[in-house]
Ligand binder design. Structure first.
Ligand code: NDP
Length: 304
């Protein structure tokens, strides 16, 4: 029998508590997202991750309401999209309205990039030559966006602010040039992209790190890795549960996504990894090579 552990909680630098596993909601139909969030809350998730750009805030909010789980028991995150970077207050207001809640627990800058808010598309504007319509950093940078986000804490529509898809260089810039240390950083993290230096930097500065695509994103390709399968057999749990347990072992918050009820439940059944197994997983990238599964086309530097 597998020895499951209760999902722990971590503390944000605001003093708030964050459940160590969040539920991802990217890339699903409205019906799938609705049913998935209802199932997730039913089987025990208390942390939901969405974003304006996923187009499902209204569905996620409805599912939260219909689940019957009190709002205050749920840690809810949404994200500021790049076309809203120059109007973070209005963007947050719209997200909170779509979600149908009074506040979110965490508002993240989705990418350190600003896209033209008046471009040819309100989500993915492009220039006549087909490239992304990105505002140069000399005109408006992610630091300007973050400074505007600091003011969002004043009216209570979000309890904390943070960033996503930042590097060590960009985290240092925010810490050096802004007043409020981000509460969290959300990045792609899994055994083939452990980003240990960035994780260490954040943890040494009291910033919670969240792992997106913890299974390798679409189709969960990491679950075919022999070593992970072997470790899963040892603990008598699914290979996905090992990927998720590994993040919790390194004090990172994974955000697995699934629309399948059995998988949603299985992904919450984590185990306490022995340090030797945790270390072995941390080093798998040396055998298989580093792999990134989320590579957008707006030219953001992902590694310093
Ligand atoms: P994940 O690594 O969570 O993988 C999701 C895929 O794995 C889906 O195809 C899912 O299929 C499958 N899967 C889930 N559980 C299992 C299981 N137990 N066994 C087999 N297959 C499984 O990828 P995501 O890219 O979705 O990342 C997770 C979340 O992180 C997102 O949903 C989003 O909330 C966030 N995110 C944030 C980003 C950012 O820029 N800040 C970027 C990317 C993601 P199925 O649904 O059919 O089960």
């Amino acid at each position: 029998m597998a020895k499951y552990i209760k999902v722990p909680t971590f503390k944000l630098n605001t003093g708030a508590t964050i459940p160590a596993i969040g539920f991802g909601t990217w890339r699903s139909t409205e019906e799938e997202a609705y049913n998935a969030v209802i199932t997730a809350l039913k089987v025990g998730y208390r942390h939901i991750d969405t974003a304006y750009i996923y187009g499902n805030e209204h569905i996620v909010g409805k599912a939260i309401k219909d689940s019957g789980v009190p709002r205050e028991e749920i840690f809810l995150t949404t994200k500021l999209w790049a076309t809203g970077a120059m109007k973070s207050a209005e963007s947050l207001e719209n997200s909170v309205k779509s979600l149908g809640v009074d506040y979110v627990d965490l508002y993240l800058m989705h990418w350190p990039v600003t896209m033209n808010p008046n471009g040819n598309d309100d989500k993915f504007p492009s220039k006549p030559d087909g490239t992304r319509d990105v505002i140069p950093e000399s005109e408006w940078s992610y630091v300007d966006t973050y400074k505007s986000m600091e003011k969002l804490l004043e009216n209570g529509l979000t309890k904390a602010i943070g960033v996503s898809n930042f590097t060590v260089f960009k985290m240092k810039k925010i810490i050096n040039e802004c007043k409020i240390v981000p509460a969290a950083l959300q990045i792609e993290l899994h055994p083939l992209l452990p980003q240990q230096e960035l994780v260490d930097f954040c943890q040494n500065n009291g910033i919670i790190v969240e792992a997106y695509s913890p299974l390798g994103s679409i189709g969960a390709p990491l679950l075919k890795t022999d070593k992970l399968i072997k470790i899963a057999e040892k603990y008598n749990v699914s290979t996905a549960a090992i990927c998720i347990s590994w993040q919790v072992w390194r004090k990172v918050v994974p955000l697995p996504k699934s629309v399948n009820p059995e998988r949603i439940e299985a992904n919450l059944k984590i185990v306490d990894l022995e340090d030797a197994d945790g270390e072995e997983i941390s080093n798998l990238y040396k055998i298989h090579g580093v792999q990134r599964f989320v590579s957008p086309d707006w030219g953001v530097v992902i590694f310093d």
